[in-house]
Ligand binder design. Sequence first.
Ligand SMILES: NC(=O)c1ccc[n+]([C@@H]2O[C@H](COP(=O)([O-])OP(=O)(O)OC[C@H]3O[C@@H](n4cnc5c(N)ncnc54)[C@H](O)[C@@H]3O)[C@@H](O)[C@H]2O)c1
Length: 335
Amino acid sequence: MEIVAYGVLSDEEPLLRAAFDKAFAGRHELRCLRLFLDGDTALTTAGHEIVLSGVNDTLDAGVLRTLAAGGTRMIAQRSTGYNNIDLTAARELGVTVARVSSYSPYSVAEFAWTLALAVNRRIVRAAHRTREFDFRLDGLMGRDLRGRTAGVVGTGKIGSAFAAIAHGFGMRLLGWDITENPDCLALGMEYVPRERLFAEADLVSLHVPLLPETHHLVDADALGLMKDDAILVNSSRGGLVDTDALLATLRAGRLTGVGLDVYEEEAGVFFLDKSLEVMTDERLARLMTFSNVLLTSHQAYFTEDAVGQIVRTTVSNIEDYLAGRSGDNTLVAAT
Ligand SMILES: NC(=O)c1ccc[n+]([C@@H]2O[C@H](COP(=O)([O-])OP(=O)(O)OC[C@H]3O[C@@H](n4cnc5c(N)ncnc54)[C@H](O)[C@@H]3O)[C@@H](O)[C@H]2O)c1
């Protein structure tokens, strides 16, 4: 059969094809589309039992109904997060959903640090200047990390990898999570109430999943608690941060800077070339006007290692589905 993959990136396609051919050569074909899956494109899945999706595809109840009516019986999501998929609707429609529950947490943790370091040491401004042969240091002063406090919000796989790097820098570690991670405790992390973490941290990095309970976790109150010269990094999900509250904070001249790899309204924008269009998202446009905001388009996971693991696990999830098995990666096992 033909299996169709949506939102496939050019760097990802060879890795996806290699993993697919290794498992299914001569049995199933793979069609890779650059197109994202949403209400406008859902009909293009017609006749495909297995559909591969990604973080910026929209699989709400309406889209899933269209997929199910066209014969789709399995969604293989190529990411850990699945907040873009209505699992209740999938269950009702009898559509199996699997994800990649784990892959290199170092890809994301190292990228969160890339943002934190670049914001702290004004790397983007410095690089723009030297490219123009402007070698002044005015406005480029950063701060030593050693002895300062890192606040890790969510201390699972990525949060703990982030904490280990912070520990390497000689930082004091504060954590907030619903469960304490022994690896973080071994690094000397102190688990504290969320308010205390926001108030005491010089660097706050977000690593909890986006859930109804974590939506807008960083709101006006949380931002109000943060030190004026703190740095905020979000490499988890855009919906964790109330963008309007963040804009108000930045407009007030508070925070040293912000590193964002995710944005509340990133679907339909991130992963696409929008450079020749008018930017209609006022909040995204406003964010880009702050020289202390560094924004990347959901690329934290994008290493050869992580993407290699993601595509191999996705293929094995398809093998499980075809064999009638379910496992740790199965979110909905349709009967
Ligand atoms: N930017 C990217 O490319 C990228 C890539 C992968 C993952 N992510 C994001 O990173 C997140 C974390 O990934 P992970 O692999 O570390 O997941 P994980 O499951 O290992 O860790 C998540 C942690 O959050 C905690 N948590 C869950 N619900 C909570 C709540 N209501 N309140 C407080 N803590 C809560 C859990 O106890 C756990 O320790 C993912 O959910 C995803 O949104 C982003």
